[in-house]
Design a binder for this molecule. Structure first.
Ligand code: FAD
Length: 472
């Protein structure tokens, strides 16, 4: 046993043939699996269940939404990095913990039950949508790779649509983008997308004449509560200087397909609304039959679910006591999920061996927000950094944490291309929906195109007599 402690991968302890099932392969689940591969006794089996076969590096989503990064370069294929873990692609739908069972709907549609000795829940979070009329129907999030790709395609499509419209007022609707929520995701998102639109519009003469408009709405008196007020003020000043409108201490009352109504009564004609006003634990938490605190799974400081010896939880879905803020749960950040994943694996192995687990003691190192165009703000262990230096720190941080040398190389290549060449304006929204094969018929060019609010439906009739598109 003593030898196993120091060379755990060589451990051959009889009876340690445990099955560890990890639900969720994002930051928390992936780092748990990676660490378990090194630490778990040789007889232990590790199964990871995720609804896709990759880890999404969410902090780089704004870059993908702005077309700076190829969406495939901000995801990490799980099979390439997990050698000892069996990956199963399916959707977790429930569990029966007295019997040690996890229920999963496989991508084939088949329902399967996974029997576990230890269960790790790392299913993350979803956008926290408030009951604002029209919000769920018309707004788009910035939480998934599909959101980022759809946003980029939406902007290009709206530029194309607006360029073909004679009515200036209708054109303005397509060229106005309202972001709701001024956390780091909202600020990074609006900064990146405004930069993209600013560059792209140069190639659309009629749109350039109308101009693009970006508005950020937040209920709080200041943006980015995670960062010092001086840095938040500096960020607002910088972005306002680029033409972004801020509506603080304001909420959204209604969202329509072609306008947003604010609590101040102001109506902003806009056909794109991006919802970045926070996250909540995945609703699957409620189906798992585990104790919850404000929707998150209640854990102790060892990352074990309260009242369950062999069920663990971490990341955005878990309410783990925050060592930095007694009485409150850890904030939903990748920084925490990664550290929790590493500790959880060590604790789980300690418990299997009959040893005492260790408490979670990590305190936030800081936060930063990339404001585009080589500017950022950063709070590094309490030290305020802004401008180009903060931007360099942010890029180095992502390079360090994005798993895999191949992914890091692709990231560097994307960033280098961004510096050297103009923005790519091809809109490939049709990629996910190829036209149906129909013998003997000719398919219209855009058949199969997914419907989005970029459809001209609802726009005034267009009478464009100028085939060059340069009139108006
Ligand atoms: C735009 C944006 C920017 C961000 N920037 C930062 C930043 O700069 N710094 C920072 O620290 N954090 C940042 N975050 C937060 C960070 O991404 C999350 O805190 C982190 O991803 C949480 O890790 P997790 O493992 O709990 O969840 P996730 O990483 O979301 O992983 C959950 C996994 O579970 C899968 N899943 C969900 N439901 C099911 C199901 N029912 N069945 C099977 N699989 C399922 C998901 O597909 C996913 O793979 C950002 C988030 C966003 C959206």
């Amino acid at each position: 046993m003593g030898a196993c402690r120091w060379r755990p991968h060589a451990c051959k302890v009889p009876g340690i043939s445990q099955h560890i099932v990890i639900a969720g392969g994002g930051f928390g689940g992936y780092y748990t699996a990676r660490s378990l591969e090194r630490l778990a006794p040789a007889g232990a089996r590790i199964t990871l269940i995720n609804d896709v076969n990759f880890l999404l590096y969410a902090p780089l989503l704004p870059g993908a939404a702005a077309g700076t990064l190829d969406p495939r370069h901000i995801v990490v294929p799980l099979r390439e990095h997990l050698r000892r873990t069996a990956l199963r692609v399916g959707y977790v739908i429930g569990g029966e913990h007295e019997r040690g069972l996890l229920r999963v709907q496989m991508i084939s549609g088949q329902l399967k039950e996974y029997r576990y000795d230890h269960l790790v829940v790392a299913l993350g979070s979803v956008s926290r949508v408030l009951p604002v009329p029209g919000l769920a129907e018309h707004a788009i999030g910035l939480k998934t790779i599909a959101d980022a790709t759809a946003l980029r395609n939406r902007i290009v499509r709206h530029l194309e649509l607006a360029e073909g419209l004679d009515d200036k007022r209708a054109r303005a609707e397509y060229l106005t983008f309202v972001f709701i929520g001024g956390g780091y995701a909202g600020l990074e998102g609006i900064a990146e997308l405004q930069g993209f639109a600013h560059d792209a519009v140069k190639r659309y003469p009629r749109c350039r004449e109308t101009g693009t408009r970006f508005v950020l709405v937040d209920a709080a008196a200041r943006v980015m509560g995670e960062i010092q007020p001086q840095l938040a003020d500096w960020a607002v000043e910088l972005l306002a200087g680029r033409g972004i409108d801020f509506r603080l201490q304001t909420t959204v009352s209604e969202v329509h397909g072609d306008a947003v109504v604010l609590s101040s009564g102001e109506l902003i004609p806009a056909r794109t609304v991006v919802w970045t006003a926070g996250v909540r634990a995945s609703p699957v938490a409620e189906q798992l039959g585990l104790p919850l605190t404000d929707g998150r799974i209640t854990c102790d400081e060892y990352l074990r679910v309260v009242g369950h010896d062999n069920v663990w939880a971490l990341g955005d879905i878990a309410a783990v006591p925050d060592p930095a803020r007694p009485g409150r749960p850890c904030p939903p950040t990748a920084q925490h999920a990664i550290r929790q994943g590493k500790l959880l694996a060590r604790n789980l192995v300690r418990v299997i061996r009959g040893e005492q687990p260790h408490p979670f003691t990590f305190k936030t190192l800081g936060a930063f927000a990339d404001l585009g165009r080589h500017r950022a703000v950063a709070n590094v262990t309490g030290v305020r950094v802004k401008g180009f230096t903060a931007w360099v720190i942010g890029r180095c941080y992502h390079l360090a944490w994005l798993p895999g040398l191949d992914r890091k190389s692709r990231l560097i290549a994307d960033w280098a291309v961004e510096l050297l060449f103009p923005r790519d304006l091809a809109e490939l929204g049709v990629l996910a929906s190829p036209p149906r094969l129909a013998p003997g018929t000719v398919q219209p060019m855009d058949s199969g195109r997914p419907q989005d609010s970029g459809q001209v439906a609802g726009a005034p009739p267009v009478a464009d007599g100028d085939p060059s598109g340069h009139g108006g």
